[in-house]
Structures are given as structure tokens and as C-alpha cells.
Design a protein around this ligand. Structure first.
Ligand code: VAH
Length: 315
């Protein structure tokens, strides 16, 4: 049985839907700290679990005889800079609880998301390699860097089968953005549909690694079903699809909404974005477990505008 912690979040919610369709509703337990995504809460088995409370997770694991945990609860980069110690506590305590459940043999397999946020301003920004200098300047990035070290340590020392991906910015339409720096690439589509105007909090030439949600979900399912011996990197895999700038995503929107207008008013999130790479070398993921992405920027824009057009027209 599978437990998703943080099932109401941007990735957690779509992972839950996918896993329910793959394994059957009765084999997937969705959980979060509150009922803040009714599609998820009402779509199958749902439990309130506090990711920072070991007993809360353990009770759920034993109640449903869980063997696989997807730990998708975290505080992201932008919010983490507002509440540094909360971000540290949430992101680290939740990881230790799940790793220790596996060490104690209560569960067998873990997925834990890392991020391109592990890289910092001293990391090579073009085609960023798997192994390189990593001096993250956000609390979120620090938690992901040290989290990767602990995942690899628990794998090597206690044979914990934990698998991880360094997600780029993820674009999706089903949930509203939640405190990330790459969220401009989600907000822009909502604003384009609603107002044909977007005030972008990053500069027009800020190139960042991005990926459509369907690609991110496929990568997550693929690494979790790979043979353990094929998952050779147990810190976290670089994962890449496309990279673009706010100017480029605005152009791709204008191809569908000709009178869409954008202006740029960088805020504190520009410093975060400036510390991250422009594009990522994910050759190990492609080599070890056959990763490859599908969605181009034009395909993302077409899908996002079509889905959000439907969503808002029903309002
Ligand atoms: C954030 N969406 O912006 C997340 C992600 C690479 C970005 O980690 O914080």
C-alpha cells in the first residue's frame, strides 16, 4: 500500500491521482495536514497526517500496512525565506521520520523530492552537471542539499531504498501556485486567461529549468518502478526537460492570445532565481533508468490555456 504525505500540494495532488489510477483507490492513502484539496480528500482514502510528527505518520503506516511512502510535504523557496526556521523544521523533521520508519523496517521504499534549488550562485549555470559545487543560498535549497546527504547516508548505512529527483520548476493547472519562485510560470497562464495581462516578479531574461507536471509525474513513477540496482545515484538525480525565460513564455502565450501584455517588476524572488542554474545536464537519469521528457514550451502553453480556459469559463 502507498502513502502520499503532502497529497494536497501541487505535485502531491497529481501524484495521488496518478497512483490511484495505477494501483486502485484502495491501495493509495492520501494524507496532508488539512483538508485543503477537496478533489483529493473526496477522491479516495484520505487521512490527516502531520509530517512533523513521527507518531502521526507511524499510526497511518500501521493502520493501512503501508510499504511505500511519497514524501511530498515541504515549504518551498519563496515562503521559506519568510519563515526560515519553519522551513528547516518542516523539511528536515519530515524526512528524518520517513527515513527512520524505513530504517526500522516499517516501510520498504521512499520517494523524496529534491530540487534545482540545491545549486547556488557558484554552481556552473549552463548544463549544470550531476556532481558540482553546491552552495545554495535559500533555506529551502539548504534543506534539499542536506536532505540529499541524509538519503544517501541512510541508503549506504541502513540499506534504505530511498529514491530522489532534483525537480526543476513544475508547471501545472490543477492547483494554484504555492510559494515557489518558479510559480510565475504558472501564474502567468491564469492571468493571461483572466486579464490578458501579467505583472511578472522576475526579469524578462531570467532563464530557469522547467517541466510540465505530466513529465514530472512520469519521471517519479519511472524512478520508483526502476530496479533498485539501476538507481545508482542515491542522493538525488538531476532531472531536466526545457528551460525558458519570462519573455519566451510570454511570446508563446501571445501566439494564442495576441493582445496579451506583460510587464516586469522584479521582487525578492529575483535574487532566488539568480542563484539557480539556467539549464541542467540530466544524462545520468537518461542513462540509468531511461528518462526522457515529452512536453515542449508550445505544448505546455497549448495545454495550460486550454485547461484554464475551460476552468475559468465555468466560473
Ligand atoms: C520553488 N517550485 O520555486 C519550487 C522549486 C525549482 C523550484 O523548487 O521553490
Amino acid at each position: 500500500k502507498i502513502l502520499i504525505i503532502g497529497a494536497c500540494g501541487q505535485i502531491g495532488s497529481e501524484l495521488t491521482t496518478k497512483l490511484r489510477s495505477l494501483h486502485g483507490d484502495e491501495n493509495v492513502i492520501a494524507s496532508d495536514i488539512s483538508y485543503n484539496n477537496l478533489d483529493i480528500v473526496n477522491g479516495g482514502i484520505f487521512e490527516i497526517v502531520d509530517a512533523q510528527d513521527y507518531a502521526s505518520i507511524k499510526v497511518c503506516v500501521e493502520k493501512y500496512n503501508i510499504d511505500t511512502v511519497y514524501l511530498m510535504a515541504a515549504m518551498l523557496s519563496a515562503t521559506g525565506e519568510k519563515y526560515p526556521m519553519k522551513a528547516w523544521d518542516l523539511n528536515m523533521s519530515s524526512l528524518f521520520h520517513v527515513l527512520n520508519l524505513a530504517r526500522a523496517k516499517f516501510i520498504k521504499k521512499i520517494f523524496w523530492p529534491s530540487s534545482i534549488a540545491v545549486f547556488g550562485p557558484t554552481t556552473p549555470t549552463e548544463f549544470t552537471p550531476q556532481y558540482t559545487v553546491m552552495e545554495p543560498t535559500t533555506v529551502y535549497g539548504i534543506t534539499k542539499q542536506v536532505g540529499e546527504r541524509w538519503c544517501e547516508y541512510y541508503h549506504n548505512k541502513y540499506e534504505v531504498d530511498v529514491r530522489s529527483l532534483r525537480y526543476p520548476g513544475i508547471i501545472s493547472w490543477k492547483t494554484l501556485p504555492g510559494g515557489g519562485t518558479t510559480d510565475y510560470a504558472v501564474e502567468i497562464y491564469h492571468e493571461a486567461i483572466k486579464n490578458k495581462f501579467y505583472n511578472c516578479f522576475l526579469k524578462e531574461d531570467t532563464e530557469l529549468p522547467m517541466m510540465y507536471m505530466d513529465d514530472a509525474i512520469k519521471a517519479t513513477i519511472d524512478i520508483m518502478k526502476a530496479k533498485s540496482s539501476d538507481v545508482k545515484i542515491r542522493s538525488s538525480y538531476n532531472l531536466s526537460a526545457i528551460s525558458f525565460t519570462p519573455k519566451e513564455i510570454a511570446e508563446s502565450i501571445k501566439a494564442h492570445i495576441p493582445d496579451f501584455k506583460i510587464q516586469y517588476e522584479p521582487d525578492y524572488r529575483q535574487d532566488i532565481a539568480n542563484s539557480w542554474p539556467k539549464n541542467i545536464n540530466d544524462s545520468f537519469a537518461r542513462e540509468h533508468w531511461k528518462w526522457k521528457h515529452k512536453f515542449t514550451l508550445d505544448a505546455i502553453t497549448k495545454e495550460m490555456l486550454m485547461q484554464l480556459g475551460k476552468k475559468y469559463v465555468n466560473v
